[in-house]
Design a protein around this ligand. Sequence first.
Ligand code: NAD
Length: 393
Amino acid sequence: MSKLGVYIIGARGNVGATVILGALAIGSGRAAATGMVTSGPEFRGLAMAGLQDLVLGGCDVSAVALSDKAVEIGQSRIVPLDLARELKAELALVDRRIATVEGFKYGSLPRGGYLAELARVEERLARFRTDHGLDRLVVVNLCSTEPHFAETADFDTPEALLAALAKAPAGFCTGTLITALAALRQGCAYINFTPSQGSELPALRKIARDSKLPHAGKDGKTGETLLKTVLGPMFLARNLKVLSWVGNNFLGNNDGAVLDAPANKDSKIRQKDAALREMLGGDSFVRTDIQYVPSLGDWKTAWDLIHFEGFLGTQMTFQFTWQGCDSALAAPLVLDLVRLVDVAWRSGESGLLPQLSPFFKKPLDGHTHDFAQQMAGLMQWVDQLRHAKLPVR
Ligand SMILES: NC(=O)c1ccc[n+]([C@@H]2O[C@H](COP(=O)([O-])OP(=O)(O)OC[C@H]3O[C@@H](n4cnc5c(N)ncnc54)[C@H](O)[C@@H]3O)[C@@H](O)[C@H]2O)c1
């Protein structure tokens, strides 16, 4: 049986730890796969990897033991605390496959420069693959959101990018760009679950195409944006004119603290606003904000107000409040993405996978933000993959 590795950048974060605990719990039959799209009946007959077969690992700048992190998220009610305690030994095993790394903050140069960092990341990925005898490795970016950097012609081709990296000053790019580049250069599939710039840049797309590697992104669609892409098309379908759609997100976890920095927040809001703006067109007033409210922890609260106009100009208002557990919403989607990217890869698909657009706030190469249309496209594709007659794993 071929062996699939999953290398998580940010493996000891809230989402990373929830993904790992979830895979261990479901894979060992201790928990149901509720929330995982690929566990639904429509996916039956698709030769996806079982969660028990995944070789999980990755890296993080944090050195906290994964089993302690699991207890922490258990105490915060993100995952059941008893599961976190029960799986202590299994978590410790995965923790041995997670490297504690230096990384670098945007605006500073990595030790020895960008190319030295690229070499370090590539070496880690290559070692992970050989140490565990893997046939395929999917790299998943779950690390803290990074600021948006200026995209210049340096990012257009692999050659230009490598030449620029050799002499670029601090602030040229982020660690996410370096890990995405390393992943593709090492022959790994790549998933960007964060709003940071990764494999979407032209140079990286080209490497993926030339090396026949699938990749997908970006920024997981888990809460408020999911609702927007369900409700927005409803207003359009009924020819109700959205005058204003304003949303405020209150977030208390570490992601919220990171997003409190203006440059990081800008990166996230770009994604959150884009979906609505693109669906509604330019006439609606669209505004989204994120505020850090420490006491809420992982329970992100979104409050949205939609002011709209109906027949003969009559104005009405719709409001909703969504209180979701961010990591519990995100983790199953990460597992879905890994399984679907892997099936696509084994059936010979490569390059950006726009069919995965229902999973993302900013679906790269996706043609629509409309969730129903996105799901229809996904299911059509799944049907094709099912008939690709892959070996059952
Ligand atoms: N939870 C959701 O619903 C959701 C939805 C969409 C996107 N995201 C994105 O997923 C990412 C993870 O979210 P989270 O709640 O787990 O955040 P988190 O802060 O709990 O976890 C991020 C992890 O990344 C690590 N990290 C930071 N810099 C690193 C580096 N250079 N190399 C390796 N590791 C590094 C941190 O130490 C931390 O453990 C964020 O970018 C977030 O915006 C989350």
